[in-house]
Write a protein that binds this ligand. Structure first.
Ligand code: NAD
Length: 294
């Protein structure tokens, strides 16, 4: 069993870290928020005083932070974590960030002899708790192979997207599509209900017809249609509007960098932006339905 540093114990990081603990690894954990750390220490992890202290003497490091600026801020610079991680240590950076940031940090890691993969995840908080996340990995084949025993304890499907940064590119393409599909599903349900249909009946029909998608199968945005979906829990938990907005922004940046056209992604980004600016940034992203609902 290995000794692992786990940094960033939020909605996703905490359950992922718990699954590594359950698998028998020992964990040194750190988060800026003390209550997040307590969840892990209650389960047997040891709390480190700082991120720098957490990585001392470990076999592997996992980070799960909000965005690019947090990841660059943590790893890079004179006091950055890369100055404290021993050469040869394996780092799994699981946050969803810009591919350019992931490449920048991976290059700095390589210069220090630190083995790093970008391994953003899909599957939400439910997948993090159940240990069924999808990992979308960028990095070398050898580093992915070294990461497998850890990733397999937190996830079910593990894909190698390509070289450093490729995991982030694939993740952003997926999430741009998800943002579009959730807005489209909301639009269709609101249209049906405005024209007299029962949202559950319409959802059942779409789920078995050509318009079916992940939202109609597992994550219906209409309250009460699916008991366990965030929509039925006042849009709490799940994947926040502001995190979706961040991912659509990353998609827009990637499109700009490569002169790609993403008109539907941009439209979705604007819809989530309006929704967030109306005070809904902390709700689950399926609450985009409220933009359409009468
Ligand atoms: P979160 O905000 O709940 O957790 C992030 C944690 O990082 C917080 O506890 C915060 O205190 C901590 N943190 C920030 N800077 C830190 C630092 N310098 N040192 C130590 N801790 C620090 O976010 P989340 O929902 O857990 O998401 C994490 C990442 O996973 C994001 O990049 C997100 O886009 C991605 N993601 C989230 C979901 C989801 O459903 N929530 C799904 C897939 C991917």
């Amino acid at each position: 069993m290995s000794h692992i540093a786990f940094i960033g114990l939020g909605h996703m990081g905490a359950p992922m870290a718990l699954n590594l603990l359950k698998a028998g690894h020992t964990l040194s954990v750190f988060d800026l928020v003390p209550s997040a750390v307590k969840t892990l220490t209650d389960a047997g992890a040891s709390a480190a005083e700082s991120a720098q202290a957490a990585v001392k003497g470990v076999d592997a490091v996992v980070t799960m932070l909000p965005a690019s600026k947090h990841v660059e801020g943590l790893y890079l610079g004179e006091t950055g974590l890369l100055q404290h991680i021993a050469a040869g240590t394996l780092v799994m950076e699981c946050s969803t960030i810009a591919a350019v940031s992931a490449r920048k940090v991976a290059e700095a890691a390589a210069a220090k002899g630190v083995r790093m993969i970008d391994a953003p995840v899909s599957g939400g908080t439910g997948g993090a708790v159940a240990g069924t996340l999808t990992f979308i990995v960028g990095g070398t084949e050898a580093d992915l192979e070294a990461a497998m025993p850890y990733l397999e304890k937190m996830g079910k499907n593990i894909f190698h997207a390509g070289a450093a940064g490729a995991g982030q590119v694939a993740k952003i393409c997926n999430n741009m599509l998800l943002g579009i599909l959730m807005a489209g599903t909301s639009e269709a349900l609101a249209l049906g209900v405005a024209n007299g249909l029962d949202p559950k009946v319409l959802s059942d029909i779409i789920a078995k017809s050509s318009g079916r998608n992940w939202a109609t199968e597992l994550y219906n945005p209409w309250p009460g249609v699916m008991e366990n979906a965030p929509a039925s829990k006042s849009y709490s938990g799940g994947f926040g509007v502001d995190l979706m907005l961040k991912d659509l922004g990353l998609a827009a940046e990637s499109a700009l960098n490569t002169r790609s056209a993403t008109p539907l992604g941009e439209l979705a980004r604007n819809l989530y932006s309006i929704h967030s600016s109306q005070g809904n940034g902390g709700l689950d992203f399926s609450s985009i339905l409220n933009l359409y609902k009468k």
